[in-house]
Write a protein that binds this ligand. Structure first.
Ligand code: ZN
Length: 248
């Protein structure tokens, strides 16, 4: 960059010398005919985007010998400075870029926290809740004992072993034909003594014709898989009926 170019570009902070020179040009080089003048758009570019011009080109020396072009340049600089002043005045009404950046960081941190919290909440609830619901929601099962002989005590029944899942079950039990209606206690036992109920539920049997049915809720979740007995005890009968049961 030669000195002439740096001189021409020195429009950021016009020096006293520069102003003196301008006064000199304005006074000594009037050019009303605009002979050899630089067009307005080029002068505008000179003020606003001097990097787009090759100011070392000798043609720009014309300005030093033309009051009209100098006057135009002075006016363009005045306009430019007024615009940048207005831009500065608007600063307080807008957050500074730094403040914007801090807000962006703050906002993204908050969003991250919310996202993490949301995902954590979703994971704990979406994983735990269905599992809990699945485990505590009774599984409806039907146990048909209608064809079981009215054997009791140590007698073997004729129905195939009942199979129940290790879940909370809502068992709809069709009692052996001709069983009495009324209150029952249904239990899962390990033997036929009836005194080792692993899961017990009260039930009320309804009788229709020779069918007696009841629904009982049994929690089998804590039972190890294995073979058990399903015992039914009628309130008016001290003895229980036992049916083979497999829990798995
Ligand atoms: Zn000129």
């Amino acid at each position: 960059m030669d000195e002439r170019q740096s001189f021409f570009e020195d429009d950021e902070d016009d020096t006293l010398l520069f102003e003196k020179l301008q006064e000199h040009v304005l006074e000594k080089y009037p050019n009303p005919e605009r002979i050899g003048c630089i067009d307005h758009s080029t002068l505008k570019m000179w003020v606003y985007t001097p990097e787009k011009l090759n100011l070392s080109d000798p043609k720009y020396l014309h300005v030093l010998k033309c009051a009209e072009c100098t006057r135009e340049l002075i006016e363009l600089r005045r306009l430019r400075d007024a615009q940048s002043e207005r831009a500065k005045d608007e600063v307080p009404s807008h957050p500074s870029p730094a403040a914007n950046w801090r807000w962006a960081v703050f906002a993204s941190v908050i969003l991250c926290c919310l996202a993490v919290a949301g995902v954590t909440y979703w994971r704990t609830h979406s994983v735990a809740t269905p599992a809990q619901v699945a485990e505590s929601t009774p599984v409806a099962v039907t146990i048909d004992l209608s064809q079981a002989g009215t054997t009791r005590g140590t007698d073997t029944t004729t129905v195939p072993a009942v199979v129940l899942p290790r879940r909370v079950v809502s068992a709809h039990v069709i009692l052996p034909n001709f069983s009495p209606g009324g209150k029952y206690v249904v239990s899962v036992t390990t033997d036929r003594s009836g005194g080792s109920g692993k899961a017990v539920g009260p039930a009320n049997a309804n009788v229709q014709g020779y069918h007696a049915e009841l629904t009982v809720k049994l929690d089998l979740r804590s039972l190890p898989s294995g073979t058990y007995f399903l015992a039914t005890t009628h309130e008016g009968d001290s003895a229980s009926y036992f049916y083979p049961l497999t829990v798995r």
